[in-house]
Design a binder for this molecule. Structure first.
Ligand code: PBG
Length: 326
């Protein structure tokens, strides 16, 4: 006699539905989008099939489509012309800059859409780093960078951003940005902190999209060592203490253990960033016919929920929403 037969809960679709522990819905999805200057521009990103850099007019059109699919949030990133980049990322706090115009146009076209905006120097920096590079030593200067991040955050909040997303990994930036936002009257603007952001080769296609790869060196002195997990708990506590509203783990796929760990250590919502390289791998293998891209997408996205994340930034947002709505 066998008392326990777990298969009894698997025999039919109905019972599988009843015992299912985690469900992916469109409410969980955040769509990252790239914006470029110009009109009627849709420039595909070669290493991210299905993703493009949009000029503001087409970006607005895309956001409307995502809204119609029920996606609650978009995360915007600017791809700037090299001529606008300098060592201090000055364009990042230009209130009339491309990114600020993009935020405000999306906001007025889709007032119900939650707009998240990235805060870090790399898309605007001639050095391609997230912080200021000391010209003599090459060091990434922490405290000097905070001031620029704060100006960038205020400029984005003014343009209409709902969630500021610091992805730079400077120490103390959440508190510094929170303070700056509050002093300017933006106490309702949220911060989703890239709390455990690892130095990862999975960002490659994203850096192609924005042409934002570091000109020299790497990001190992500020992004986390992928061998570490306890350190993510430390970052979790700091960001929570500093006033973050939502915490994030990035990348996602190789870091499900970190998501689960963060979930245990905070009562704040946790987000996973299913990054560009993870997207590219699935697309490439699916194009070759080696894997079923759609099935892998759903399995991956559900695994983020199972690990304990409340929401997922993913380039699959549109495809997954279409499938979930069908
Ligand atoms: C920049 C930033 C990066 C990503 C989001 N914000 C790249 C990096 O840190 O080099 C990566 C996103 C992705 O790969 O999808 N601070």
């Amino acid at each position: 006699m066998m008392i326990s037969r777990p298969r009894r809960n698997r025999y039919r679709e109905g019972i599988r539905k009843l015992v299912r522990e985690n469900t992916l819905t469109v409410n969980d999805l955040i769509a990252p989008l790239f914006v470029i200057d110009g009109k009627n521009q849709n420039i595909p990103v070669d290493s991210m099939p299905g993703q493009s850099r949009f000029s503001i007019d087409l970006l607005v059109k895309e956001v409307k489509e995502l809204e119609a699919l029920g996606i609650p949030c978009v995360s915007l990133f600017p791809a700037l012309d090299d001529s606008l980049k300098d060592s201090m990322a000055s364009e990042s706090f230009n209130d009339d800059g491309l990114f600020q115009r993009a935020i405000s146009e999306v906001k007025s076209a889709c007032p119900d859409m939650i707009i998240m905006s990235d805060v870090a120097m790399d898309p605007y920096s001639s050095d391609g780093h997230d912080g200021i590079v000391d010209p003599k030593t090459g060091e990434i200067l922490n405290d000097e960078t905070l001031e620029i991040l704060a100006k960038m955050s205020i400029s984005q909040a003014k343009a209409g951003s709902d969630i500021i997303g610091p992805s730079d990994m400077m120490d103390g930036r959440v508190a510094y940005i929170r303070d700056a936002l509050d002093m300017e009257g933006f106490s309702k603007t949220s911060i989703m902190s890239y709390s455990a952001k690892y130095a990862s080769a999975f960002y490659g296609p994203f850096r192609d999209a924005l042409d934002s790869a570091p000109k020299s060196g790497d990001k190992l002195t500020y992004q986390m060592d992928y061998a570490n997990k306890r350190e993510a708990v430390r970052e979790t506590h700091m960001d929570e203490f500093e006033g973050a509203d939502i915490l994030m783990v990035k990348p996602g796929l190789c870091y499900l253990d970190v998501i689960a760990k963060m979930r245990e250590h905070t009562t704040l919502p946790v987000a996973a960033y299913n990054v560009s390289g993870e997207y590219a791998m699935v697309k490439a293998a699916a194009e070759k016919g080696w894997v079923d891209g759609e099935k892998i997408m759903m399995e991956m996205l559900t695994s983020f929920k199972r690990a304990g994340s409340d929401m997922i930034l993913t380039y699959f947002a549109k495809d997954a929403a279409k499938l979930l709505n069908s």
